[in-house]
Design a protein around this ligand. Structure first.
Ligand code: FES
Ligand SMILES: [Fe+2]
Length: 372
């Protein structure tokens, strides 16, 4: 890998002397390849909420840094995640989302699999020597859920999801995230490195400028965290999940602890997702890295389950959707400019502000995983 040792030393200095990461951290295909091996294929990554696939046979296909995968609910009610390819000669099995019923049939030569991954039908295979149906089921990823948040992992090794999350569950306990229900999402194809999206999502230095017409200037603090996550908390007595100064359409979550009442937590659960946890709702920025300069960004929004049964739920939720979309697009606009700038032959890492503390923390976490 081609990152300059002196640049990395400068990037990891105490914040008042630190510089930003070298351009190659965001532009070098070799760094992206190393991230694939040591970050994306080694750590838990968020997929979706469990309630998005309520019925047996419900599935959703994803493109991930480890290739195509599919999340599917079996007849036994369990969610499983598989590599999304056929064990015969490798066609993709499922696209998009939907319900396959009890069986997945390969579109190439019609091998079929039960919705729990077992191989079911394989025409004209009776002559194949040593062929064993049991050994030719779909290849499973590791899967775990916390409070309805579904995470997968390409390896069986390493800390459990609960260990990975550290004190995130304690910190968010009073938000009762298990009762959240996802009601909205939007996907953007972004021409920038995945880390730029998440770094930007944990600093408020830019908000008064990039978001001058929407959320405006914000102040934040950086609570200490334990485990593979970081956070800032934007201090605001009212939820900032809608624009303007009127009270938001939904009341705060009942029973929030004193810290939670102070404002919205903008977290990064390493490596690839932000959960923004507000007094009245939650939204996420889920990044799916495609290459060193391309990322699929899914923004998803959730409310406490009992809000969904309010007769005017849809109308009340609209200002939230509007804010999430507008602010995400403002961020994407500036991030794509940043990615282009990082391609300059004359790029030199610039000095960091005290307000870039979690930007530095994000980069350092990745550097550590890369062994750099
Ligand atoms: S590739 Fe799936 S049946 Fe041949
Ligand atoms: Fe922003």
């Amino acid at each position: 890998m081609s990152l300059d040792r002196a640049d990395l030393t400068a990037a990891t200095q105490p914040l008042n002397r630190a510089r930003s990461m070298p351009a190659g951290f965001y532009t070098d295909p070799a760094i992206f390849k190393a991230e694939r091996e040591r970050v994306f294929l080694k750590h838990w990554f968020f997929l979706t909420r469990a309630e998005a696939l309520p019925e047996p046979g419900d599935y959703r296909a994803f493109d991930s840094p480890g290739g195509p995968i599919v999340l599917i609910r079996g007849n036994d009610g369990r969610l499983r995640c598989f590599a999304n390819y056929c064990r015969h000669r490798g066609s993709i099995l499922l696209e998009g989302k939907g319900n396959v019923g009890g069986k997945i049939t390969c579109p190439y030569h019609a091998w079929s699999y039960l919705n729990d991954g077992r191989l079911y039908g394989c025409p004209d295979m009776k002559d194949a020597e040593g062929f064993d149906k049991v050994e030719n089921g779909l290849v499973a990823l590791d899967l775990d859920e916390w409070e309805g948040f579904v995470f997968a992992r390409f390896t069986k090794d390493g800390p459990s999801l609960r260990e990975h999350l550290g004190d995130f569950p304690e910190r968010m306990a009073s938000h009762k995230l298990g009762q959240m229900r996802c009601t909205w999402s939007m996907t953007l194809d972004v021409a920038c490195n995945w880390k730029l999206i998440l770094e930007n999502a944990v600093e408020t230095y830019h908000t008064g400028i990039v978001h001058r017409d929407t959320v405006g200037a914000q102040q934040s603090r950086s609570p200490a965290t334990r485990g593979d996550w970081i956070a800032i908390q934007v201090i605001s007595g009212r939820s900032i999940a809608t624009l303007g100064s009127d009270q938001p359409p939904f009341p705060p979550i009942e029973g929030l602890d004193e810290e939670a009442k102070l404002g919205t937590y903008f977290t990064v659960v390493f490596p690839t997702v932000q959960f923004a946890v507000a007094q009245d709702c939650l939204w996420w920025l889920n990044t799916r890295p495609v290459s060193e300069n391309r990322t699929v960004l899914e923004v998803g929004g959730c409310f406490p389950e009992d809000r969904l049964s309010l007769p005017d739920f849809k109308a009340r939720a609209l200002p939230y959707y509007d804010r999430w979309e507008r602010v995400a697009k403002e961020d994407v606009g500036i991030l794509e400019k940043q990615q282009r700038a990082l391609g300059s032959a004359l790029y030199r890492p610039g000095p960091l502000s005290w307000r870039d503390d979690m930007v530095q923390a994000m980069g350092v976490w990745v550097l550590d995983r890369l062994g750099l």
